[in-house]
Design a protein around this ligand. Sequence first.
Ligand SMILES: C[S@@+](CC[C@H](N)C(=O)[O-])C[C@H]1O[C@@H](n2cnc3c(N)ncnc32)[C@H](O)[C@@H]1O
Length: 327
Amino acid sequence: MTAANRPWPTPGIRFCPCLIGTADLESGAGLPLTRAGLPPMETNTAQEHSLRGSSEVKHFYDGVGWEQHESGKTYDRHLFGSRARGTLQERGDYLREARVRAAFDPLPERPALLECGAGGHPAAYLADLFSEYMLLDFSQAGLKAGTKVLGEDGVVAISTEGDMCRLPFADNSYDAAFSANAIYHIPEPAGQRAAFSEMMRTVKPGGVAVFVLANPRPLGFPVQLLKRVIADTPLLSTLANRLRPKPPLPYKPMTLGWTRRALEPFGMVRMSSFAMASMWFRRHVPEKHVGRPLWRFLLWLERTYPRLSALLGNYVLIVVRKTPSQG
Ligand SMILES: C[S@@+](CC[C@H](N)C(=O)[O-])C[C@H]1O[C@@H](n2cnc3c(N)ncnc32)[C@H](O)[C@@H]1O
């Protein structure tokens, strides 16, 4: 589904200046202090190091990740996306976009959105819901690509270069926050916890944060589940790393239980399915022959049993409504 044939309105021009931040990520100096931002943080100790995003990920996305591959897709989509999307996958994308949009309901007047880790694939389908759209990413190339993509849809976004583990924004400054497929690239669980707590700090009381994350224990995909169990078991993962090629990027999806426990202190947490299919399935099972009924079945499950599908499938949608302030 393209922007042109989506049922919801194509977003109009937003009335906010476009600003690409030029921060020094090591010291925090020069971080744009949007919405009465915070002083830069010093991060010197090993413990503080675990509270950061991965420099390997940043270099990948600043280097080739958001460049165009000869297939016409970005390298990110070329490496991690579907090989051939058919009509069933398009219908699945439409269902997901509609669900993410519904997760923000209700919104106040003139709401402001913060999207973290959007890179060159921002959630353009959300833009018409918001009066202000802030993109944050630690890849400058990602911010450039993301701003361009939104611009092509008529949306003028503000962008800030920064690490989502230490956001340069004041407490309670956004009505809503969104992050898709980014937090599992933060290598340490402590860093992922920091990203959650930073996004929840930045969201106003009563506001909502929405995350798209991977499920490392998809009960309906036993091979995928076994691979993650091996990757999460120290001795077995050392052995497996000797036998297979290194994954292109650090990838550490945390279990749904861990994620729920990390988010529950901030408010009410709801988990449902985002997408059943694994990356392998999307890349290797085309929508023809025996693949077509399989795709149809996955879509039916996602649509009919979203909670059960969260446990069975590979990607989850997590919605956190921040506890309203007391008194
Ligand atoms: C896999 S891409 C996801 C892009 C998009 N959200 C999507 O769903 O297709 C991950 C993006 O997150 C960014 N990212 C990863 N870790 C980050 C961090 N700690 N702080 C800020 N951005 C980060 C990367 O630079 C990249 O642009």
